[in-house]
Design a protein around this ligand. Structure first.
Ligand code: NDP
Ligand code: GDR
Length: 343
């Protein structure tokens, strides 16, 4: 009992929370996961991975201070993985104050509770490539200058720096993973990779006419969530607390993601038009199946992200298993087999 590691995962109902739970359980951890009380059940990802009944679910909201103190007292975690966040960039432009309160101050609430209750708790913080924003260097690594382009990116920059500050000020084991985009079949429906794989699959099966997207030229460094949660655990397992970039090192445009998914679905396609008239046409029936909706453009865009994860590869021996093509293939396959599932 004494040596069993006890992990508290905030945001366990999200994509990463589900994969991380599964990984920690396979390593013999006792896993506690936080969920916000709400009208609807939202454990479908945990159920899909077959881990829901092996996790202790606890009520929690990052907006509230007292419940994190109470959770630490009751659960006595040896590690906290703070994954909970308002994580959708466009929403952060509509709800900048709420986003900042949840992401930035929420992290500070947990750090303060660690200082107050038990400084031995190891702490992992979910930082993000969005902090690089309008990039000042290609590829981006741990010491690249940050230049966020959204309230989401700004909120994450605060929590990134405050995590470092608490590590240096109070000598706690607090680390940040600067993770680049990572996707999976369990990705939320609002993110572009899920929109594309779900939308094109429905179009292929004649269940949808057209898919509307925003900026097709944006480039992202996409990996698979299961590889990236392994990196989180490696970061907390290392002898020294530190911060690491986690990325695939390859960038693809949204347009390339569309092409890869369309090819896997054996859609006979070609692009027509340019700018806001760019469209993907199904050559078999001449219908436009992907069109641009300018409303989906962001007030400020992050045009191109590509990460250099040499540090985590060298120091922690981290190595992703998935290629870009395997990731898209798995997401498309999931949609063809699970048409009605919506995470
Ligand atoms: P998701 O959006 O899938 O999950 C976010 C989780 O946070 C959900 O469980 C959500 O709960 C919870 N949450 C939201 N607001 C609160 C709140 N006020 N109090 C408590 N819990 C809350 O995100 P991902 O799993 O994709 O990402 C995990 C973390 O990693 C996030 O912090 C994200 O910003 C960060 N990140 C993600 C990357 C990616 O590509 N996926 C890349 C870099 C960083 P509910 O179900 O109730 O909404
Ligand atoms: P991102 O992911 O903003 O990088 O944040 P998202 O999938 O939302 O956007 C990626 C890129 O695709 C472009 N895009 C669209 N995006 C969405 N959502 N919907 C569309 O229709 C669409 N069309 C084009 C966007 O403009 C953007 O350039 C994700 C989140 O998981 C964050 O929490 C995390 O920190 C970062 O990844 C790293």
């Amino acid at each position: 009992m004494k040596n069993i590691k006890r992990a508290l995962i905030t945001g366990v109902t999200g994509q990463d929370g589900a994969y991380l739970s599964k990984h920690l359980l396979s390593m013999g951890y006792q896993v506690f996961g936080t969920a916000r009380r709400g009208a609807s059940e939202k454990f479908s990802r945990l159920e899909y991975l077959g881990v829901k009944d092996m996790i202790n679910i606890v009520d929690f909201d990052l907006l509230e201070l007292s419940n994190i103190h109470k959770l630490i007292e009751e659960i006595k975690p040896t590690e906290i993985y703070n994954l909970a966040a308002q994580s959708f960039v466009p929403t952060s432009f509509d709800l900048p104050i709420l986003t900042t309160d949840i992401n930035a101050l929420g992290t500070l609430r947990i750090l303060d509770a660690i200082i107050a209750k038990n400084k031995e708790i190891k702490f992992y913080q979910a930082s993000t490539s969005e902090m690089f924003g309008k990039v000042t260097e290609v590829p981006q690594k741990e010491d690249t200058r940050f230049y966020p382009r959204s309230p989401y990116g700004e909120s994450k920059l605060f929590l990134h720096h405050i995590t470092i500050n608490y590590r240096e000020s109070y000598d706690i084991f607090a680390c940040s993973g600067i993770l680049f985009n990572h996707e999976s079949p369990l990705r939320g429906h609002e993110f572009v990779t899920k929109k594309i794989t779900k939308g094109l699959t429905k179009i292929k099966n004649s269940k949808q006419e057209c898919l509307y997207l925003g900026n097709l030229k944006a480039k992202r460094d996409w990996g698979h969530a299961s590889d990236y949660v392994n990196a989180m655990v490696s970061i907390l397992s290392h002898k020294k607390a530190d911060d690491y970039v986690v990325s695939s090192g390859k960038a693809h445009s949204v347009q390339e993601f569309v092409e890869t998914a369309a090819s896997i679905l054996e859609i006979n396609y070609e692009w027509t038009g340019e700018g806001k008239n760019l469209a993907l046409v199904n050559r078999d029936n001449n219908k436009k199946i992907v069109k641009i909706d300018e409303k989906l453009y962001r007030p400020a865009e992050v045009d191109e992200l590509i990460g250099d994860s040499t540090k985590i590869k060298t120091n922690l021996n981290w190595k992703p298993k998935y290629s870009f093509e395997n990731l898209v293939y798995e997401m498309v396959k999931f949609e063809t087999e699970n048409e009605l599932v919506k995470f």
